[in-house]
Structures are given as C-alpha cells and as structure tokens.
Write a protein that binds this ligand. Sequence first.
Ligand SMILES: [Zn+2]
Ligand SMILES: [Zn+2]
Length: 305
Amino acid sequence: MDRSVWLDALGAIKDAPPPVRAMFASDEAVEPLPEPGPHEWLSIHDESGQTFDEFVRTAARPPRSERTMYIQPVDTEGALSDACLATLASFAGAFFQLDVRVRPPLVLEPSSLLMRAAPDAGTPQVYAGDILARLYADKPTDAFCVLGITAHDLFPHPIVSFAFGEASAACRVGVASVARYGPPFCGEVPGSPPGEMRKRCCRVIAHEIGHMAGLAHCIYFRCLMNGSSSLAESDRRPLHLCPIDLRKLQWLLGFDFAERYRRLQQFWREIGEEPEAAWMGERLRAEAAHGPPAPILAGLRRAWV
Ligand SMILES: [Zn+2]
Ligand SMILES: [Zn+2]
C-alpha cells in the first residue's frame, strides 16, 4: 500500500490535529499492515477501508446527555472477577475518555438463546444477536453505548464459525467474548506471558466499542481496529489506534489528546505493563514537540477566516 492511500485515508492533513500529524509522521509510531497470510482476515474478507472523510459523513457525535459507557457482564460467573471488570472499565474510560459504569451481572435463561456446537471445537456456542437484542432492550437513556462482556463463545451468523465479538454502530450495543482466551482455544499461543489474558480483554473491548463508535476495520496500518480471524491474529493487533482511526475517534468524542495519553500511561503503569506505558509516554513527548494542542489551532483558524 503506498503513501498516497494513507494520505487519502487520513483526510486533509493540514486540518489534522497536531498529535495525529506527529503520529502519522513517525516511523516508530506507525507500522504498515503487511500483506495478509492465507487464513488471515483480509485474505478471507474483502474490505476496502474507511477514510476519515467517509467516517465524518456517516458518524453522529453523541450529545452531552449520552456520554456514559455501560459495561454489562453477561453470564460471566466464574470467568471474570469483579476486580477484572473494574480493570476493564478503567481501561475503557481512559481509552475513550467517557464515564464508565459497570452494570450488575446479567444471567440469561439458556432457553432465551439460540445455541449450537462450535464447528471448529464442538463446544457450546451462543448466537451473538440474541445478546445484542437483550442489551438494546435494556439500554439506558444516557448511554453512549452498552458493551456486554460474556464468557459464552459466540457466532454472529450461521455460516461463520465464531466471533470474538459483535457490535452495532447504529444501535451502539456490542458484545465481546472472552471464551477463546482460555482453554481449549488458546492453544495457538503456548507460553503466553502473564497478563496476556488481561491485554486480550482490553483489546477486544476497545475494538468492539470502536465499532460502536462507527469505526470500521482498518486496512491501513497495524491498528487495534484490524480485523482478526484467529487468536494469533488478534494478539498481533496493537493496543492503540493508528493515526487515521485516532483522528476519527477524537473528531467524534472531542477528547484532549494529552489527557488521554496520560490516563492510558497511568493505567498501563498501574497494572505493570511497562511497554504499553512507555508507548503512551512516547506519544506524549512527541505531541509536546509538535506545537500547540488542537483546540488552540482550531481557534486560530476561526480567527483567520
Ligand atoms: Zn471487528
Ligand atoms: Zn487504524
């Protein structure tokens, strides 16, 4: 993929916030997405990407009254502790710069769910649409989005063998599954380092919330919004957005870049993930070196016209 495709996807670079421009210009901060292997997402799915301009044409900024994110545990008994859910809520709050509330656990009647045996493993699997419908029916009026987290393995469609999650941008409800982050599915990455499960959970919830925010799969760089058809491919996704998707998210939610980097740096540091904390620290330093923050530039532009 040549640079003109990235530039087109980024949108007018002169209007991009300085932290986005700084990231786009940094060989350390962005990594091109390599050609997909035979079983990887982009070999199986024909996706054309979503430019910043396309996103702006279709995305709806949430009103002030709808800026709370809800995390809804769904049949997570024995799979996710309250402490783990609190950690995930803390990460989501820092990543999206929205208030987060964890709702009381929801236990669904098995008879209310369409179930089958997973084609690849023979283990029980739940139709994700049934969980999405339930979340949408109970969606609070002040919700930016509701994300279900479940221990059920999911399928999104009868012809698809499984999904790590599914989300609706139109309804802003989504569900992420942690079923494949433990036995028998995680045999693909023997010897996973400690904390890998926690990072996988962070990765999948931010990816699904990203979909609810209107982000499509990213085909431009290694990015949290890359599609993934296996646990190994999921694990290769970074825990941050590429500059194109970062620009989209900031346009939608209007957060302060430095504040967001600081909170993410603090989050990763508190749970002992120093490489992730260091990456956020690098972005903070790069931003400081690239001039005034976006709101000041925007104000200047208004003064000029
Ligand atoms: Zn996805
Ligand atoms: Zn991206």
